[in-house]
Design a protein around this ligand. Structure first.
Ligand code: FPP
Length: 238
């Protein structure tokens, strides 16, 4: 019964954009006495499955937090493993013919090889409707600072919300309707700080490598129970 309802399920336009803080890869590996890199490898599998599942449910825009500006402080072998996962993922992603890939974050400090591959993937998929934003070397505060600096360079004297939004890395899409964080952590960790102003949040104890279609469905069902007021009132509830 449950699986039948998942199979047929489609979102409506209340849920255009979902974002994920993919947490718990390290704990997943530790529980199995495996190196943290193995946790990230299984995390990458869960990520690919989740993107497919989101699109199967009809969600047009997906954003994932794959590597933060703070993640450089992790051991070198762990950082290298995540870089390599992205590298090999891009090779597979090139074959995908229905997703626009956008890397949000500062590419400038990444290796030339990785940067070139990221840009090539972005340019070659520009015209597809479904969007996958991969936050890589991303920090929400840095993003807002970069937007402000661009506006200053343009000679703007006074800014409004639209000006900031249109200079963020995510200017091509609406703000996330739902942000999901796994692994029992209840914070944003510098993710989409500006864009989350009216997002709904869903937290789960499931570790990211175990996040599957059923977990995604539960998160979406929870979203549909929320009353979104965007600071106003709902008709009939005044
Ligand atoms: C947080 O878990 C996860 C990350 C910092 C990396 C997320 C990366 C992936 C899911 C794979 C990336 C995929 C691509 C294609 C680049 P954690 O390591 O902080 O877990 P812990 O809190 O249990 O230690």
């Amino acid at each position: 019964m449950f699986f039948n309802s998942i199979k047929k399920f489609k979102v409506d336009d209340r849920l255009k954009h979902i974002a994920f803080i993919m947490d718990g890869n390290g704990r997943w590996a530790k529980a199995r006495s495996l190196p943290r890199q193995v946790g990230h490898k299984y995390g990458a599998k869960a990520f690919e499955e989740t993107v497919k599942n989101c699109h199967a449910f009809g969600i047009k825009i997906v954003t994932v937090y794959a590597f933060s500006t703070e993640n450089w402080s992790r051991p070198e072998n762990e950082v290298n493993a995540i870089m390599e996962l992205l590298n090999t993922y891009i090779d597979r992603a090139k074959e995908q013919k229905d997703i626009r890939f956008v890397f949000i974050g500062d590419k400038s400090v990444l290796s030339q090889e990785l940067r070139d591959k990221m840009i090539e993937l972005e340019e070659s998929t520009l015209l597809y409707d479904n969007v996958l934003n991969i936050a890589f070397n991303y920090g929400g505060r840095a993003e807002i600072i970069s937007a402000c600096n661009s506006l200053i360079c343009e000679g703007v004297k006074e800014v409004n919300e639209k000006d900031i939004s249109s200079h963020l890395y995510t200017s091509h899409c609406p703000d996330p309707d739902l942000i999901v964080r796994t692994a029992s952590e209840y914070r944003l960790s510098n993710f989409l700080l500006w864009q989350c102003a009216y997002s709904e949040f869903y937290f789960t104890s499931v570790l990211w490598p175990d996040f599957n279609k059923k977990q995604l469905y539960k998160a979406i069902k929870s979203f549909y129970k929320r009353k979104r007021r965007f600071g106003g009132l709902i008709k009939g509830e005044e």
